[in-house]
Write a protein that binds this ligand. Sequence first.
Ligand code: TYD
Length: 137
Amino acid sequence: MSLSDCKIIELPKIHDPQGNLTFVESDAQVPFGIERAYYVYDVPGGSMRGGHAHKELHQFIVAMSGSFDITLDDGKDKKKFHLARSYYGLYVCPMIWREIDNFSSGSVLMCLASHKYEEADYYREYDEFMRARWAAA
Ligand code: TYD
């Protein structure tokens, strides 16, 4: 899998004068089974999150409130996405380095993930990620 597999996915939006509703289901709107959700909030201005890649984890990242930028890097090419709405998100496949910054004040990042948290699934060193990436290519 590579950068071209990572894409913005627009989610269903049920319009209602009393408020909109959006939903996500396993193997439907996102191309994986969802086993975990986590969210990042109270991010101080100027912070950078991410700075790692995952070996097998699939993720879908949504700006539930506010906005931020996600830069994806497959070891060859880089692509930057601006997330700013709760009715679409970014699908990130395994073996992609990501950096997340430019958080607006009060923003909330929600991530749906294909597996439970496992530190052994992370590449936290860019060099190590690059070596594994090219070994797998
Ligand atoms: P990390 O994935 O590095 O956060 P980010 O990509 O947003 O910068 O995780 C930060 C810390 O939180 C790290 O010590 C691992 C822990 N953590 C969990 O315990 N469970 C989880 O589901 C996640 C995503 C992180």
